[in-house]
Design a protein around this ligand. Structure first.
Ligand code: AMP
Length: 270
């Protein structure tokens, strides 16, 4: 496994590789990340993983500072997985060049996380543009746990580069909650709570199938779950999985949720 810290090492390593799979990450790697890596290794000749905690996608400085980092352990795991390359750039390498025109998202796209995390997806698109431009992968493997992120990146990156985004299934803990680097910031109690909330939403999704007025049922259930678990959802919404429009049918739809546990923001979709 080669560790690449700058552009010239990167260029040297990847030159001539036509079928390169790329897994972008912010580190503190877990089995969710590993599943993307395994998928890439299966379908691509070589696999490169990036570890970069991208400051521009954090709308809250404290969140950036306390974001889990565990480079030593990450490198051990990546080496065990027999990843070909790990790209660990410093901020100045990624943001060397200034953008002529600021990236923006449309008002009608400011839903779900885009509504609650101002500037977040602009930061995600910016860094994905820069990383894709440097790495020039054939395929980029991304997790459906961050569903809205896939939609934004797909729209931008596939249009600009000869590259395909490959959405991968969410890996969950035994208790049902989606694995996430941020879970390292949660107490055992809160991990249990998040597992139980995930189970409630899975149950809600199946109950919803038989309900005529899904909107009213969802609102009622949302309130009940909030009261029971003493949480407040930023959103709990049923949306079409293709275009993310609010949905009144269970077909082709997912329940999207976001809430905080002890100041840690969790998102998921079912
Ligand atoms: P992150 O390091 O959190 O920025 O995530 C890097 C990539 O891993 C993104 O494409 C995420 O969607 C994906 N990912 C994170 N958690 C999971 C999970 N539990 N299952 C599958 N993919 C995941």
């Amino acid at each position: 496994m080669k560790i690449l810290l700058n552009k010239s090492d990167l260029n040297e390593a990847i030159k001539g590789i036509s079928n390169l799979g790329f897994v972008p990450t912010m580190g503190a790697l877990h089995k969710g990340h590993f599943s993307l890596i395994k998928k890439s290794k299966k379908v691509c000749k070589k696999t490169i993983v990036s570890i970069f905690v991208n400051p521009t996608q954090f709308n809250n400085k404290k969140d950036f500072i306390k974001y889990p980092r565990n480079l030593k352990k990450d490198l051990i795991n990546l080496s065990k997985l027999k990843v070909n390359y790990v790209f660990i750039p410093k901020k100045k390498i990624i943001y060397e060049t200034k953008r002529k025109k600021r990236l923006s998202i449309k008002n009608k796209e400011k839903i779900l996380c885009a509504k609650f995390r101002k500037g977040h997806f602009e930061g995600v698109i910016d860094v994905m543009d820069r990383l894709t431009n440097l790495i020039k992968p054939k395929k980029i493997f991304m997790g459906k746990k961050d569903y809205q992120q896939i939609i934004f990146v797909k729209k931008f990156v596939e249009k600009k580069y000869n590259c395909k985004i490959i959405p991968c299934e969410t890996v969950r803990d035994k208790n049902g909650m989606a694995l996430s680097s941020r879970n390292l910031l949660l107490s055992k109690n809160n991990l249990n709570k998040a597992g139980n909330i995930a189970k409630e939403i899975i149950n809600l999704k199946s109950l919803l199938k038989k309900k005529k007025n899904k909107k009213i049922f969802l609102e009622k259930k949302k309130g009940q779950i909030e009261n029971f678990f003493k949480i407040k959802f930023e959103y709990l919404e049923l949306r079409n999985q293709k275009n993310l429009k609010i949905s009144n049918t269970s077909k082709q739809s997912k329940i999207f949720i976001s809430y905080y546990l002890n100041k840690v923001r969790l998102i998921d979709n079912f």
